[in-house]
Write a protein that binds this ligand. Structure first.
Ligand SMILES: NC(=O)c1ccc[n+]([C@@H]2O[C@H](COP(=O)([O-])OP(=O)(O)OC[C@H]3O[C@@H](n4cnc5c(N)ncnc54)[C@H](OP(=O)(O)O)[C@@H]3O)[C@@H](O)[C@H]2O)c1
Length: 276
């Protein structure tokens, strides 16, 4: 049995759907990963062969103001899961982020590139990666720019803003790969089923800026609204963000035989799915 922790989150819910009867799901009402005893109790009682941790404190700007919570959930919480899974001989799958990188490389990041987070969220997720390794049987899946039907996400935000405003201004100097949580769930299952361990990158193929992503959303939905550009500096958010953090997913394809579809195809599939 595969235990999904954070099963009510955006990724967790799509992963639960994909895994079907292979999975059990728990979330904050059943387990608090910041509490070692709670974590050990749940993991011991359910005795899974694999634990996929989708639970996290994912508010990137919120992490800047709540450093302790970020480190507790994204760092120490993963350590608790690593200890609990190691004790029962289960594999730990930890979901991580492109924000462990600073975005200065100028080409897609490989799994072995040195991390250098720019913000508290990235630091806390990097701590989580290191703590996951407390269980030697671990798999770390780094991803980025997620959207899915079960969470607040960029696609829905853009569509809502387009209903409320006459024109939009969206950052055009940050580049990455928008990634549909359904495709990420497929990649995670492929990695689990092929027994992969270590670090893997998983994101939809190709890349764009947030501004390019917004334009694509409006093109695909037939929404006619001017989209102006702005710099990250002008937006002035609390957390610094990497400017180019595309992930090279070659290892995923080579080892697990899974090739994520281009981001624009995934966006089309999402737009169909959200109306069903
Ligand atoms: N979203 C992105 O763009 C993105 C990009 C790269 C990587 N990731 C990573 O992908 C994973 C999934 O992200 P997501 O966007 O699907 O997350 P999400 O929607 O925010 O879901 C996270 C879930 O974890 C729960 N949770 C929070 N603290 C917990 C705790 N102490 N114990 C147990 N459960 C707890 C949350 O409950 P509450 O809602 O009640 O807090 C929520 O149900 C995370 O590891 C994230 O860091 C996300």
């Amino acid at each position: 049995m595969i235990l999904v922790v954070g099963a009510n989150g955006m990724l967790g819910r799509d992963l639960m759907t994909l895994l079907g009867s292979r999975a059990r799901g728990v979330d904050i009402d059943d387990i608090d990963i910041t509490d070692l005893q709670s974590t050990e109790r749940v993991v011991r009682a359910l005795h899974p062969s694999v634990v996929v941790n989708c639970a996290a404190y994912t508010d990137v700007d919120g992490c800047e103001a709540n450093v302790e919570t970020a480190m507790q959930v994204n760092g120490e919480g993963v350590g608790h899961l690593a200890m609990a899974t190691r004790t029962i001989g289960a594999r730990l799958v930890q979901i991580s982020t492109d924000y462990v990188f600073d975005g200065a490389k100028g080409s897609p990041y490989l799994e072995d590139d040195p991390p250098c987070p720019l913000n508290v969220y990235g630091e806390s997720k990097l701590a989580g990666e290191m703590n996951a390794a407390v269980n030697p049987d671990h798999l770390i899946v780094r991803t980025q720019w997620l959207y899915g039907r079960h969470g607040k996400n960029f696609v829905e935000t853009m569509l809502r803003l387009a209903r409320e405003k006459d024109e939009l201004t969206v950052v055009d100097d940050q580049f990455g790969s928008p990634t549909w949580t359904v495709d990420l769930a497929r990649a995670i299952v492929a990695l689990i089923d092929t027994g992969c361990t270590g670090i893997y990158h998983a994101a939809n193929a190709g890349f764009c800026s947030w501004n390019g992503f917004a334009r694509a959303i409006f093109q695909e939905t037939g929404v006619d609204i001017p989209v102006r550009g702005m710099t990250t500096e002008q937006l002035n958010r609390p957390a610094r963000r990497p400017l180019y953090s595309t992930l090279d997913c070659t290892r995923l394809e080579q080892d697990a035989g899974f090739r994520p579809q281009p981001w624009r195809d995934a966006l089309r599939a999402y737009l169909v799915e959200r109306t069903t």
